[in-house]
Ligand binder design. Structure first.
Ligand code: MOS
Length: 729
């Protein structure tokens, strides 16, 4: 089904089931431990062997010699796979570095071998006996040092980001009566998902099945086939439940490739999980940025010039962190520029992490807006609203499909008690606590991408949905069930949802907050087809037929839905595909984050007191799961503001704090009362669902809202994240 005109009234608009805050249909399986994650498919892949991955202990150079003899003799060892004996492999198209390194080493903890044994413990023990001699080379590990050598990226990162220049930025900025020129830094971040990367591989002749923890199955199938130089038809990925991805599992990683190689060598199913301290340097991370922002305005607060430059680093052939993306869209201003520069760094591969681009970009831009508001003597909310725009500032003929940023800000101000904020920083004190409030705007784009599904109807009126869509903890199972139930007019109990199998129709997958809208729209398309077939078989005109309460009705006549399938199951498959609606209109989601902090006047300790997010993100398909997404994202934003930082060893080129003890993420005690408000919005240009995504919008702007609250509390402006207490004492 091609979607190329604004959505009209359709069965989803009844909102009997869609739009309801229903519990997750798979929640009980997760809380009772019966939901199987990748590493737990013991029945499907019996008698597995265990692989333990050995990582390079240098960041750059070559393996001079590898001595496997002692490891091979160790108890239980079945095989050791290295680049020497693995046969010819291609580099994955979606990976920057090879997933099995050697003799060339591209980054620290690049996998160089997998030791396969009867038990996990035997594999781990034998892995310690692998002896490797290296010839190390000096690499580049320091972004600040490499900044001057950074160039225009040739490979574009997630979302792309060519340089932009509109009007005369330099001249207008130079002449602006009020201006800001400030530089901000964000550190490298780890996804720190609960479930590490893990896979079980099993071969049946030349056909490979991988139970793996992955967000994008079709991408994974293509890359596994490419790496192993086999046909895509012979690769199946299964990912029923994913214990967090955040972008780290958009692409297959070493666990999948090495499990496949080890299983081929041993003739047994092989399980490979990356152990926690290995994940941080072996897989991907959000790259650190240096961002320079210049804003020029008239004394009345009108922005005349806005410029944003961002520097980040990656391995040769990698891409930039596209931190300037939101600055192209968020505020008006006739003269503007953005530039993205990429340096070569020999650190582990940088790649997408929740709201890649916008998340770190807004951490800088929204502090800059706070600084500008202060210079102008304007309230930061009024300053933002003054420079709001209903059209793409770079292409004024392109309107936003929906843009309720001002309503988000005003609603939030009202709900949060913004009027009680003292605009003078450092003046509000309760005992030993300095108190402050901060605000930031949020923007994250809404991407439209093809998404397919299959629906089956049986004689009992049960509807089964099959799509390769994944549920990465987001609630995909539930919103897909809600969509099918609404479309077919059956209760939730009559819908069965099967996800996460590449044998099913290719969906949008989970990434870039595009999953919810596109995947449900694909289910909508398949259900439309099923409805037509049902109506035809029951002798209804499909235009007049109403599907409700397990029946199909028109005029005086009603027939049970299952009756259409009395002679056998009916199967319908379709995909939603899009025309140009996202080119004629800019599709984005908007939000406003409000934060109140207390800062200990003696120690500088920062405690979050209250957080509020107001989101305008199209129709909310399930307010409960959407709220959970936003709360999780706000928590991740609080982590980025206050504690998260991969510490780079600049001599040896690796992340030092590579476990969850050293890489701090927020715990419950760090997170205060959180509130989420969704504006009542539908976007007829986004899809027949009229929905958008929220999972990434929720993190966008949070860091700056915290930083602005800390400034309001203390009067100390910190431009380098995380805001640790040493920076404001
Ligand atoms: Mo998201 S970083 O595209 O999983």
């Amino acid at each position: 089904m091609k979607f190329d005109a604004p959505a009209t009234t359709n069965p989803i608009d009844r909102l009997k089931i869609v739009g309801q805050p229903l519990d997750r249909i798979e929640g009980r399986f997760k809380t009772t431990g019966t939901a199987l994650y990748a590493y737990e498919h013991n029945d499907a892949a019996p008698n597995p062997a265990y692989g333990y991955v050995v990582g390079a202990s240098i960041a750059k150079g070559r393996i001079a010699a590898m001595d496997l003899a002692a490891a091979e003799r160790a108890p239980g060892v079945l095989a050791i796979v290295t680049a020497q004996n693995a046969g010819r492999l291609e580099k994955g198209k979606l990976n920057t570095a090879r997933l099995l390194g050697g003799p060339e080493i591209e980054h620290y903890h690049q996998a160089i071998a997998v030791v396969v044994a009867e038990t996990f413990e035997q594999a781990r023990s034998a892995a310690r006996l692998v002896r490797v001699e290296y010839v190390a080379e000096q690499g580049a590990f320091d972004l600040a040092e490499a900044r001057d050598s950074a160039a225009r990226p040739s490979a574009e990162g997630f979302g792309g980001s060519p340089d932009t220049a509109i009007g005369d930025f330099a001249g207008t900025y130079a002449a602006a009566p009020v201006k800001l020129d400030a530089t901000y830094t964000t550190p490298d971040h780890a996804h720190a998902m609960m479930e590490p990367h893990a896979s079980i591989a099993a071969w049946d002749g030349d056909r490979l099945t991988l139970w793996t923890s992955n967000q994008m199955l079709a991408w994974g199938v293509a890359d596994v086939a490419r790496m192993l130089r086999i046909r895509r038809e012979n690769v199946r990925l299964i990912s029923h439940h994913v214990g967090g991805g955040f972008g780290a599992k958009l692409f297959v990683r070493a666990d999948a490739l090495l499990a496949a190689l080890a299983a081929r060598t041993t003739g047994r199913p092989v399980k490979v999980a990356l152990h926690r301290p290995f994940v941080f340097n072996n897989t991907t991370h959000r790259p650190a940025t240096i961002q320079r922002i210049r804003i020029g305005a008239k004394p009345d607060g009108t922005i005349t010039a806005i410029g944003h430059e961002s520097w980040s680093g990656d391995l040769p052939g990698g891409g930039p962190e596209t931190a300037v993306n939101q600055t192209r869209l968020l505020y008006a201003g006739a003269h503007r520029m953005t530039a993205t520069r990429l340096a070569v760094l020999d650190l582990p591969e940088g790649n997408a992490m929740r709201a890649p681009g916008e998340a770190p970009g807004l951490m800088a831009l929204e502090i800059a807006m706070d600084e500008m508001a202060e210079k102008l003597g304007l309230d930061p909310i009024e300053f933002r609203i003054l420079n709001d725009t209903q059209v793409d500032p770079e292409e004024p003929q392109r309107p936003f499909s929906q843009r309720q940023l001002a309503t988000c800000l005003r609603t939030g101000a009202e709900r949060f008690g913004w009027s009680r904020r003292n605009p003078l920083p450092g003046r509000t004190r309760h005992g030993r606590w300095l108190r402050g409030m901060g605000v930031a705007a949020a923007l994250r784009n809404n991407l439209l991408t093809k998404s397919g599904a299959r629906v089956r109807l049986d004689g009992r009126g049960m509807v089964t949905v099959e799509t390769d869509m994944t549920d990465i903890g987001t609630g995909s199972y539930t919103i897909i069930a809600q969509t099918a139930a609404e479309m077919m007019g059956v209760p939730m109990e009559n819908v069965i949802v099967h996800l996460g199998d590449s044998a099913f129709p290719v969906s949008a997958g989970s990434g870039g907050q595009w999953g919810a809208n596109n995947a449900t729209a694909g289910v909508y398309a398949a259900c439309m087809k099923l409805r037509e077939e049902v109506a035809r078989r029951l002798g209804f005109n499909s235009e007049d037929a109403v599907f409700a309460d397990g029946e199909v009705r028109a005029g005086q006549r009603a027939a049970p839905l299952g009756g259409a399938a009395a002679q056998g199951e009916i199967v319908a498959e379709d995909a939603i595909a899009y025309g140009d609606l996202d080119k004629t209109h800019q599709q984005s989601t908007f939000g406003a984050h409000f934060v109140e902090v207390g800062v200990d006047v003696a120690t500088g300790e920062i405690r979050l007191r209250r957080m509020l997010a107001v989101c305008a993100a199209g129709r909310i398909l399930n307010p409960k799961s959407a709220r959970s997404q936003v709360i999780g994202a706000m928590t991740m934003g609080a982590g980025a503001a206050l504690m998260e930082e991969l510490v780079v060893d600049k001599r040896h080129g690796f992340f030092v704090n590579h476990d969850l003890a050293g890489y701090e993420v927020p715990v419950h005690a760090d997170i205060p009362h959180q509130d989420v408000v969704f504006l009542d919005e539908t976007d007829p240009l986004s899809s027949p669902m009229k929905a958008k995504g929220v999972g990434e919008l929720g993190i966008c702007g949070v860091g700056a809202a915290v930083a602005n609250a800390v400034y309001n509390a203390t009067g100390v402006r910190i431009r380098d994240y995380p805001l640790t207490l040493d920076k404001h004492l």
